[in-house]
Design a protein around this ligand. Structure first.
Ligand SMILES: Cc1cc2nc3c(=O)[nH]c(=O)nc-3n(C[C@H](O)[C@H](O)[C@H](O)COP(=O)(O)O)c2cc1C
Length: 325
């Protein structure tokens, strides 16, 4: 039988399936169920920078929308930082798989010292979900990007556990970001994050939430960039995310060069036990192909390994699909 072991951020994983940060990883009971069904690691639901700053007394919640302020204050009060540290400690006691904590942030401010507490609570690693929406037309891209680099430099001084960055696909040059993070001791990147997005209800004339869950077709950007980044920045670990809904997608992303794959929407849809279906599919596929270990095929179809790397560069439809009518 195939050996599914892999490593991510220097952590040994029994297989490449990690459960993404979400409500699924916000309580010990659910985390235990995921582990019982074969999840190799979990990324805990994110703690928000605002929660940490509030606890430290340095959050000035201000917004043009009083409702948003109220929501944020209520959320921060009922999900305090202490509870998060308890969740880490309890999850570590309950399961024997790596527990990766997660912080959602928009700045490289003084919340960073809190990362030491996450380490003390027993987290095996830390995932930083950082995203600054560029709404200032006068600000240069570098100024936004600098937040990522400053964060990495500061974190390196505060913690010794490995940390990764969960990135958006909204960079002009994602490879530079990934490479620069690697130079700053970031051991892994999650490609890519999927964000909350707005939609408009045209009957009520109200801005509402767009569909929260991904679809299988959403794998496309992750697949391209995993394939390119695993060739161009080969030392950094890549955890592929967004649109991984079935075993085929897991195999594709490993072939593209990911060391692990994160799943979320598909588990909301199919239940915790679906982790086992994904693991079983991977194992059966490897047996069918005569592959003994993940290393036997990881990255074998990345940008540098296929004969025609141009297929990962094609972007414009016109040239290739001009006959479609
Ligand atoms: C209900 C829900 C809650 C989420 N909460 C978080 C979160 O707290 N932190 C985070 O980094 N990502 C969060 N995410 C994003 C997921 O971790 C994941 O990146 C995204 O759903 C794409 O993966 P998928 O296509 O497998 O769903 C959440 C997603 C969903 C659907």
């Amino acid at each position: 039988m195939a050996n599914l072991q892999t490593t991510y951020l220097g952590l040994k994983l029994k297989n490449p399936i990690i459960v993404s940060s979400s409500g699924l990883t916000s309580n010990v009971e659910s985390i235990k169920k995921l582990a019982d069904n074969g999840a190799a690691a979990v990324v805990l639901k994110s703690l928000f920078e605002e929660q940490i700053l509030q606890e430290a007394g340095s959050l000035s919640v201000h917004s043009d929308y009083p409702e948003a302020e109220d929501y944020l204050k209520a959320y921060v009060t009922s999900n305090n930082v202490e509870k998060y540290l308890e969740l880490i400690a309890q999850a570590k006691k309950a399961v024997d798989i790596p527990v990766i904590a997660s912080i959602n942030c928009v700045s490289a401010l003084n919340w960073i010292s809190f990362a030491a507490k996450i380490q003390e609570a027993g987290a095996d690693a830390l995932e930083i979900n950082v995203f600054v929406l560029p709404t200032d037309s006068r600000k240069k891209a570098e100024e936004y990007e600098e937040v990522y680099f400053t964060l990495a430099e500061k974190l390196k001084k505060v913690i010794t556990i490995p940390f990764s960055f969960k990135l958006s696909d909204h960079f002009t040059n994602p490879l530079r970001i990934i490479e620069q993070l690697w130079y700053r001791n970031v051991k892994g990147v999650v490609l890519f994050n999927r964000f909350f997005a707005p939609d408009i209800d045209i009957e009520k004339m109200k801005v509402i939430s767009a569909e929260v869950f991904s679809k299988p077709a959403d794998i496309r950007d992750s697949l391209r960039w995993v394939a390119i980044a695993s060739q161009k920045v080969p030392k950094i670990d890549i955890s592929a995310s967004t649109g991984v809904h079935d075993g085929e997608a897991v195999v594709k992303l490993l072939l593209a060069g990911a060391t692990s794959v994160q799943v979320c929407s598909t588990l909301y849809k199919n239940g915790h036990a679906y982790v086992k279906t994904l693991v079983d599919f991977l194992s059966a596929w490897m047996d069918k192909k005569g592959l003994k270990t993940i290393d036997d095929f990881k990255g074998k179809m990345n940008y540098g390994q296929i004969g025609d790397p141009e297929v990962y560069e094609r972007s414009q439809f016109m040239k290739y699909y001009s006959n479609y009518e």
